[in-house]
Write a protein that binds this ligand. Structure first.
Ligand code: UDP
Ligand code: LCN
Length: 819
């Protein structure tokens, strides 16, 4: 496509489009006539381009048009709604910035329109009478959320924490009321009723400032390692409580930081101070839909990366909390509970066990609470798409259990995925607790036109409930944790998952004119890591899990077909190209198999090893998986892959899996993640942690994890030939220069250590918990007003929608679990 200059900063599409159309008026008249020829419809960029190509069949002339402003405008078009004689364009020049225009195909006149007007065009295509209903319900969170500061640059999106520190700086500088808010906030700090940091003696800014001066000078002469207990009593007389530090040095540093903040606030001292304030001892994480467990759950429906993520997250949180508590000079046991669903019919897993200690932690547990209906406890698993009717009651039951176990309210609640986020938001509202939300994948962007196709998709997926729950949770959240930038605001050419909730319409139900604002500083990127005690480099010979060697040897190379593997590798000396994923369509394992099948060069250079699913489609409970299984068999036949492919069924032992990645690295192989779209992609960082060069999809999170050509490679899942050639070129190059493999492996590790570790994650998220707890106190009235709006939406909309989701009736207990 043309490398056209963008619009001048001052220019909107509505301003520049008339001139652009005028310059190619002859062709454009024909082109727009073509667009409206088929009547009402939605068009994507590629549809618009296809028609344009047909109209201007001379390539030189077409290029001339596309290299001009018109080409640029078309390229910024995300979609267009055709309602003759108009074509309404939704354009996006930069992440988060949308502009809507309508063009009259008859005279090519252009008019800027609002998001509401654009959405009405879309509705006209599927439900004209609703589109014309003057009183159709409009949801506008922007109307109740206007005074909190917003970011203005696309490039700042996702850096909420650092901008909140900056906004706090100016707020604290601007008024003494805000500084008093800080003192009031410190006065609320406590652990099970015992005050922390300060007591009522220091109830004003001036009293606190004076006391800080006295305290600092009193400890300045003490040896740096003097324990807090030695001067605790003196501190108490002045109005200080525990929490400042464990030694004189730490206490003095914390005091100095707060004094600086009160004297002349600056972002770095603000961030530092809030990183030290003792706020979070008890944390609750919600990951409601099952199966959620520590063993034998991967590969069951609805489990995957989320389970791995949450368990690793707990380990990282606990470690960080223990370290912080020690440095705060406190003697407190942190508690973390992961709330999930108790499934009595647990299919051999521990998902029917109420309380389960979390491995590699001292004080953390999985707490399982069952779903209850009028008929009692629900025994069987329920798909995440059908889960909504159970959640309100679950929230109540879970809250009671949590308070009983923690002997009080938690300090921080974090939700995961739509169901966990909704429950977390209901509980946070009820108990007045700070709320963070995480959505590993928001379903809305996964299905094309999922908004206007509501009537078609709702019976199967209940998106009306899901999108409503998502809007409620996103707007209730005090902070949102994402794994990548693209999750929030996409890339230059593709809207982000959250961004797609800014304006959309569910015809017949409601029209969202402002659902979420991606410029809200609540958005934060905190990427997960992989457990580095499990996924470590293949070069760390003394740590290698050698006990697995015989099993892995059989898994990869034995020549028999059985329940665990089929296919074989004729030439063992070749490097292995490896992939591992749930056998979902979106993971595109079959795509990779086909690329391999078609690419002779690649086949001559490497063997393919695929981990995923099982082999008998009739035994799979998941329709998508069954189809993929069938497709795998067809491809193996079609391309005669036996001898060059090993297909291994889904694996559940992460230790053995880690050794598998390393064994592939020993073969000087590579990992491939070929998904059509991947929200984050834990396998990518697992492979890179093991030192395995990685090729990963350029659609979604992996594109941010890997720097193409340096720490790994991007591949285009929609261009198999190009992708398989890129992989083949890599192996060819490695053959000629073995150092090439080592370089990519080392750079992959470097990238991980710099950006993708759980330590970095836990530190960042705990800082969020602390700073956003204060931040929300500064906007208390607005938060309350918004909560009233959310309550109304929940009550009048969500509660109604769940009535249409069938309640599951328990089946008779089943026999042994199918894998
Ligand atoms: N996984 C596994 N066995 C399999 C397939 C996947 O243990 O057969 C693990 C994999 O190692 C990773 C997680 O499941 O930890 C998948 O996470 P990812 O983010 O790649 O994808 P998701 O399944 O969450 O979409
Ligand atoms: C869910 C997904 O789909 C993956 O992309 C993520 O890596 C995983 O959760 C963990 O966040």
């Amino acid at each position: 496509m043309a490398t056209t200059p963008a619009l001048k900063r001052s220019e909107s599409i509505a301003d520049s489009m008339p001139e652009a159309l005028r310059q190619s008026r002859y062709h454009m008249k024909r082109c727009f006539a073509k667009y409206i020829e088929q009547g009402k419809r939605m068009m994507k960029l590629h549809n618009l381009m296809d028609e344009l190509e047909r109209v201007i069949d001379d390539p030189a002339e077409r290029n001339h048009v596309l290299e001009g402003l018109l080409g640029y405008i078309l390229c910024t078009t995300m979609e267009a709604a055709v309602v003759p004689p108009y074509i309404a364009f939704a354009t996006r020049q930069n992440p988060g910035f949308w502009e809507y225009v309508k063009v009259n195909a008859n005279d090519l006149s252009v008019e800027g329109i609002t998001a509401t007007e654009y959405l009405k065009f879309k509705e006209m295509i599927v439900d004209e009478s609703w589109a014309k209903d003057e009183y159709a319900l409009e949801i506008d969170f922007g109307a109740v959320d206007f005074s909190t500061p917003r970011l203005t640059l696309s490039s700042s999106i996702g850096n909420g924490l650092s901008y909140v520190s900056k906004f706090l700086t100016s707020k604290l500088n601007a008024s003494s009321t805000s500084a008093q808010c800080l003192v009031d906030y410190l006065l609320t700090l406590n652990h099970q009723g015992d005050k922390l940091m300060i007591n009522e003696t220091l109830s004003t800014v001036s009293k606190l400032q004076a006391a800080l001066v006295v305290a600092e000078s009193s400890i300045s002469s003490l040896p740096t390692d003097t324990p807090y207990q030695s001067f605790e009593l003196r501190f108490k007389e002045w109005g200080f409580e525990k929490g400042w530090g464990d030694t004189a040095e730490r206490v003095r540093d914390t005091i100095r930081t707060l004094s600086e903040v009160l004297q002349a606030p600056d972002p770095s001292n603000i961030e530092k101070f809030f990183g030290r304030v003792p706020t979070a001892f008890n944390i609750v994480l919600f990951s409601v839909h099952g199966y959620f467990g520590q063993a034998d759950v991967l590969g069951l429906p609805d489990t995957g990366g989320q389970v791995v993520y949450v368990l690793d997250q707990v380990v990282a949180f606990e470690e960080e909390m223990l370290q912080r508590i020690k440095q705060q000079g406190l003697n407190v046991k942190p508690q973390i509970l992961v709330l999930t669903r108790l499934i009595p019919d647990a299919k051999g897993t521990k998902c029917n066990q109420e309380l389960e200690p979390i491995k590699n932690t001292k004080h953390s547990h999985i707490l399982r609470v069952p779903f209850r209906t009028e008929k009692g406890v629900l025994n069987q698993w329920v798909s995440r798409f059908d889960i909504y009717p159970y959640l309100e009651r679950y929230t109540q039951d879970a809250s009671d259990k949590i308070i009983e176990l923690m002997e009080g309210k938690p300090d921080l609640i974090i939700g995961n995925y739509t169901d966990g986020n909704l429950v977390a938001s209901l509980m946070a509202r009820k108990l007045g607790i700070t709320l963070g939300t995480i959505a590993h994948a928001l379903e809305k962007t996964k299905y094309e036109d999922s908004d206007i196709k509501l009537k078609e998709l709702d019976p199967k997926y209940h998106f009306s409930c899901q999108f409503t729950a998502d809007l409620i949770a996103m707007n209730s959240a005090d902070f949102v944790i994402t794994s990548t930038y693209q999750e929030i605001a996409g890339s230059k050419d593709r809207p982000g998952q959250y961004e797609s909730h800014s304006a959309f319409t569910l015809p017949g139900l409601y029209r969202v004119v402002s659902g979420i604002n991606v410029f809200d500083p609540k958005f934060n990127i905190a990427a997960p890591g992989a457990d580095q005690s499990v996924y470590f480099p293949y070069t760390e010979k003394q740590k290698r899990l050698t006990d697995f060697r015989p099993a892995i040897e059989k898994l990869l190379f034995s020549k028999v077909d059985n329940d665990e593997h089929i296919g074989y590798l004729e030439d063992r000396t070749k490097p292995i190209l490896f992939t591992m994923a749930r056998l979902d369509t979106v993971k595109n394992t079959t795509g990779l198999t086909e690329w391999f099948g078609k690419n002779r060069k690649l086949r001559s250079l490497v063997n393919l090893v695929v981990v995923g699913g099982s082999f008998d489609p009739t035994k799979s409970k998941d329709r998508e998986e069954a189809a993929e299984i069938k497709k795998m068999h067809v491809l193996i036949e079609k391309y005669q892959l036996k001898g060059q492919i090993r297909w291994i069924a889904a694996q559940t032992d992460r230790y053995r899996n880690s050794e598998l990645y390393r064994t592939i690295a020993d073969s000087k192989g590579a990992f491939v993640q070929p998904a059509l779209y991947e929200a984050f992609g834990l396998t990518v960082i697992e492979a890179m942690n093991c030192g395995l060069p990685t090729f990963a999809t350029n659609q979604g999170g992996p594109a941010e994890i890997i720097v193409d050509g340096i720490s790994g490679f991007h591949i285009d899942p929609n261009n198999g030939d190009e992708s398989s050639n890129k992989i083949a070129d890599f192996f060819q190059k490695c053959k000629e220069d073995p150092e090439h493999w080592n370089r990519i492996s080392a750079q992959g590790l470097k990238r991980i250590y710099e950006c993708y570790t759980w330590k970095i994650y836990a530190n960042k998220v705990l800082n969020m918990g602390s700073i956003y707890t204060f931040w929300k106190t500064l906007y208390k009235d607005q938060k309350q007003a918004k909560q009233r709006y959310i309550d109304t939406f929940y009550n009048l909309e969500f509660r109604n929608l769940i009535k249409d989701v069938p309640i599951r009736i328990d089946e008779k207990p089943e026999g042994p679990k199918e894998r």
